[in-house]
Ligand binder design. Sequence first.
Ligand code: IYR
Length: 255
Amino acid sequence: MNARHNGGLTPPNLGLRALMNPEPIFESRTMDDRPFIPLHWTERLHDDMLRRAELNYSELSERRTTRDFSDRDVDRRLIELAILSGSTAPNGAHLQPWTWVAIRNEELQKRVREAAEHEERKTYSERMPEAWSEVLTPLGTDAVKAHLTDAPWVVVLFKQKKRQRSNGEWGPTYYATESCGIAAGMFIQAVHNMGLVTLTHTPSPMGFLRELLERPRHEEAVLVMPIGYPAEDAMIPDIHRKTLDQVAVFFDEQS
Ligand code: IYR
């Protein structure tokens, strides 16, 4: 029986003392040694699985990114629930290396917008190579970031690059980029599912957000997401998603 299956009761590196006397095994558990508990999982009938899978896909298919937000207010609890949903994401070593900064503050949103537009003007006019602008132009993006002040909420996702260990030293986090990417995806899904819209905005470079939002040096902004209702006359580009054949390859011996 290994450590996992006996509920984590066998700590690694017990050393000579434990080998000579198996009794102190429980004393050796550290503060960080978390016990295992049974997984709660309910099996569903196949038809139910199919129905839910189709419903989920059909709901997600309806999601579109718009740049046109209404200024209609959104209840803070909805934003909290989106953040909690994003924070259920699987992540490296369960360090949950994210901080969500949620802003509903006209003055601060104005400052974020000004700083973002300052960077974006340089990006669009000087930094963006032709190969990039060629694929962005059809999407109608530019340096004007009205969504940052139109939307009632702006959530900025920060990635924690380091963590403080229990001995006070700083250590790395693991797969923080991937973890935040997954968390952002789940956040976006939650926002869509509750009937609101969001836009994944990536001002570049976005170092200014750390200072403006008073985040520590080991945190780095990765995504800015205005959230709200779409404007009544909201527009979206006429684009389509790739088909299953275009995005997937199966090695399936049953077909
Ligand atoms: N960061 C810029 C440019 C931009 C880049 C990509 I890739 C997009 O899909 C959209 C925009 C901006 O936010 O405008």
